[in-house]
Write a protein that binds this ligand. Structure first.
Ligand SMILES: *Cc1c(COP(=O)(O)O)cnc(C)c1O
Length: 422
């Protein structure tokens, strides 16, 4: 069977200019942090298969949990019916989050978790007849590829064709060490009008815009301010949750607590699609009414899918193991040491790291279009057995936590080699 030819004929891949980009490689099997390809090559999965695979591939406990669940209930409607694993998952997630966050709405992925959060925030005010219609977000944000999520995200070349169809959103600048105070003033100008239904941010680190970090001081101040002007705060933790930042959630680094949290990606260990939007009893109470139209009239066919919920529960069990947190701590520590090493060299590179995420932004104009650098880097790492997919001119790793010390050292060695070519 010529899989490549069939793929070319029948499959349309995401985020891919199929005319110019290399054909995809065929993955035949995957175990732990390694992907095994047709033809015998293997690749280390440095970005956790689009940032989702937290415990490594082929985890036998997650496999067992899905298998057992299949023999009980494979899928069932989630309106008018419920099931054990959804209930268990909701309770466990609510227990892990700060105590105010305890009502869990299910959907299918990160984008839908964000759509649900936005709809919740908008309808919360609408249901009470309070006129708060505006939305505030942050420059550079990525919240997903559905229309609501795109509207709240950075308007860049990914979504130009759709811009006329977006609802209007105001943006505060991305806060760095120099402008934090002026961005807070900017936020105050918007929020003090009292017109904002919600503020949505990726807490502490923006993923797609290049793993850009900002301070917990800033975010605490921003959330406090939103509180003060009665604007609901949404944390899009789709990328940051499940140990990525070194703690279970990015919000665990903060003093303030948001009103709504979006979860997905690593939620099921990254093996099945599932999204959660978690909020407080206060928000929930805004929908609790004798009138049907005040309900959250939103849902998807696969809402609360039992197999995905079973995988997620098992993933949480893996997070109860000390060894998982030891691995997260080791990956984070090695990232920190490598970041210090790179900072000590005279390279056209700025380094950012937060927990298990390490990013190197390459500032080398000689390469012209950053897409060239992106392709060069991608191909260089592929040739060296690493699946490491840069974001523009940002090379980054966010590996599965089962990554071995020697594997991480190998990644660093190859990054050193690549940097020496700049
Ligand atoms: C990936 C991502 C999303 C979208 O999730 P999908 O499951 O790809 O729809 C939303 N927000 C953030 C921060 C993300 O990283």
């Amino acid at each position: 069977m010529n899989w490549n030819e069939l793929d070319r004929k029948y499959v349309w891949h995401p985020f891919t200019q199929e005319k110019t980009e290399p054909r995809p490689f065929v993955v035949e099997s995957a175990k732990d942090a390694t992907l095994y390809l047709e033809g015998g090559n293997a690749l280390l999965d440095c970005n956790s298969s689009w940032w989702v695979n937290v415990h490594g591939h082929g985890n036998s406990e997650i496999q067992q949990a899905i298998h057992e669940q299949f023999s009980k209930v494979d899928h069932v409607i989630f309106a008018g019916a419920t099931h054990h694993k959804a209930i268990e998952l909701a309770q466990r997630v609510a227990t892990l989050l700060p105590s105010d966050l305890e009502k869990v709405f299910f959907s299918d992925n990160g984008s839908t978790a964000v759509e649900v959060a936005l709809k919740m925030a908008i309808q919360f005010w609408h249901n009470q007849g309070i006129k708060k219609k505006k939305i505030l977000a942050m420059r550079g944000a990525y919240h997903g590829d559905t229309f609501g999520a795109m509207s709240a995200g950075e308007r860049d070349y990914f979504n130009v064709p759709f811009e006329d169809y977006f609802f209007s959103v105001d943006f505060i600048d991305f806060p760095n060490e120099k402008n934090e105070m002026s961005v807070l003033e900017m936020a105050d100008e918007f929020l003090s009008t009292g017109e904002y239904a919600t503020l949505i941010v990726e807490p502490l680190i923006q993923g797609s815009s290049g793993m850009r970090t900002y301070s917990s001081f800033f975010l605490d101040k921003l959330v406090e301010m939103a509180r003060c002007y009665e604007t609901l705060v949404i944390f899009d933790e789709v990328m940051t949750a499940w140990g990525r930042t070194g703690k279970m959630f990015a919000l665990d680094h903060l003093k303030q607590v948001p009103d709504i949290v979006c979860l997905s990606k690593g939620l099921t260990g990254g093996v099945l699609p599932l999204g959660l939007t978690v909020t407080s009893q206060k928000i929930y109470a805004g929908f609790w009414n004798d009138q049907k139209h005040k309900a959250m009239l939103h849902g998807h066919s696969f809402t609360g899918n039992p197999l995905a919920c079973a995988a997620a529960c098992e993933s949480l069990t893996l997070f109860e193991r000390e060894s998982t947190w030891e691995n997260i701590a080791r990956i984070s520590r090695m990232n920190e040491e490598f970041a210090q090493e790179i900072k000590g060299k005279e390279l056209p590179v700025s380094v950012r790291n937060l927990g298990t995420i390490l990013a190197l932004e390459i500032k080398n104009d000689q390469h012209g279009y950053f897409s060239t650098l992106k392709e060069e880097a991608y191909l260089f790492f592929l040739k060296n057995g690493l699946l490491l997919r840069p974001l523009g001119n940002v090379i980054f790793i966010n590996p599965p936590y089962c990554l071995k010390k020697e594997e991480q050292e190998y990644i660093f060695e190859k990054i050193r080699q690549f940097l020496s070519l700049l």
